[in-house]
Design a protein around this ligand. Structure first.
Ligand code: HEC
Ligand code: HEC
Ligand code: HEC
Ligand code: HEC
Length: 140
């Protein structure tokens, strides 16, 4: 474990020993419970398409790929020919995580927070009129 976040990890242990059941079933709520939304996000929350700020935050606590590398693993998801890709290309914040390697390969490895429910995909059958009304209301 890296020294950089030893203190907060201790805080987590103390928190979880007091709580009956942790309701953190996804990466974001797990982290938000030990600190806040702002451990990953800007305030106010503004997420760019490339999720640059969020990914810099991951690395500031967990280190970069060189630091995450683990020779002991038969398959190391943190060392690959994809290079310095976004952490969030696999570790989604609020959505089901995905081992992006398996777009091409077939590696059998579980992601942390694999139990997270997947967000509903965009569906053309949604009530477009209702959605537009909601958007109009929000931008008033
Ligand atoms: C562990 C880091 C992390 C924490 C903590 C976190 N988020 Fe996020 N959030 C992300 C990432 C990564 C995304 C990009 C979309 C995704 O991966 O789900 C995101 C996306 C979002 C978005 C953009 C909408 C979307 O779903 O794309 C909103 C709004 C948001 N988060 C709100 C929050 C709030 C409110 C909290 C605190 C309860 C929070 N987040 C805590 C990582 C985090
Ligand atoms: C403020 C510091 C901080 C930030 C920012 C942060 N983490 Fe964490 N993260 C922690 C701590 C502390 C733990 C709990 C101790 C542990 O499991 O290593 C943790 C746990 C985790 C775990 C679970 C490890 C396990 O044992 O299952 C994953 C995966 C993870 N973080 C990935 C991420 C990713 C991806 C991001 C960016 C979207 C991120 N973290 C942002 C501090 C942070
Ligand atoms: C290709 C997909 C992928 C990417 C990209 C990825 N991870 Fe992971 N990560 C995983 C998988 C799979 C595990 C589970 C590994 C295990 O079970 O040993 C994991 C585990 C972790 C853990 C907990 C166990 C550990 O090794 O400490 C942390 C923390 C973590 N990742 C942080 C990050 C950070 C930070 C980044 C970006 C610099 C990142 N990950 C990028 C797939 C990925
Ligand atoms: C866009 C498709 C694609 C993605 C995504 C991808 N790979 Fe690959 N990978 C390939 C191709 C193509 C090869 C070359 C296969 C060959 O030469 O037989 C390869 C080769 C490899 C090899 C060497 C295999 C061998 O037998 O020597 C490893 C290990 C590997 N990839 C791991 C990963 C990991 C880990 C990830 C995710 C972080 C990943 N790959 C993501 C396409 C991909």
């Amino acid at each position: 474990m890296k020294l950089k976040y030893l203190v907060s990890a201790m805080a987590v242990m103390m928190l979880s020993s007091g709580a009956a059941v942790a309701k953190s079933d996804n990466l974001a709520s797990f982290h938000a419970e030990m600190d806040s939304c702002q451990s990953c996000h800007t305030k106010p929350v503004k997420v760019s398409d490339s999720e640059t700020h969020e990914n810099a935050q991951c690395k500031s606590c967990h280190g970069d790929y060189a630091e995450l590398a683990n020779d002991k693993l038969h398959f190391d998801p943190h060392t690959s020919h994809l290079g310095d890709i976004n952490c969030t290309s696999c570790h989604s914040g609020h959505d089901k995580p995905q081992l992006t390697c398996n777009n091409c390969h077939n590696f059998d490895m579980e992601m942390p927070f694999a139990e997270t429910k997947a967000k509903k995909k965009w569906d053309g059958a949604w009530d477009q009129e209702k959605i537009q009304k909601a958007i109009d209301k929000a931008t008033l």
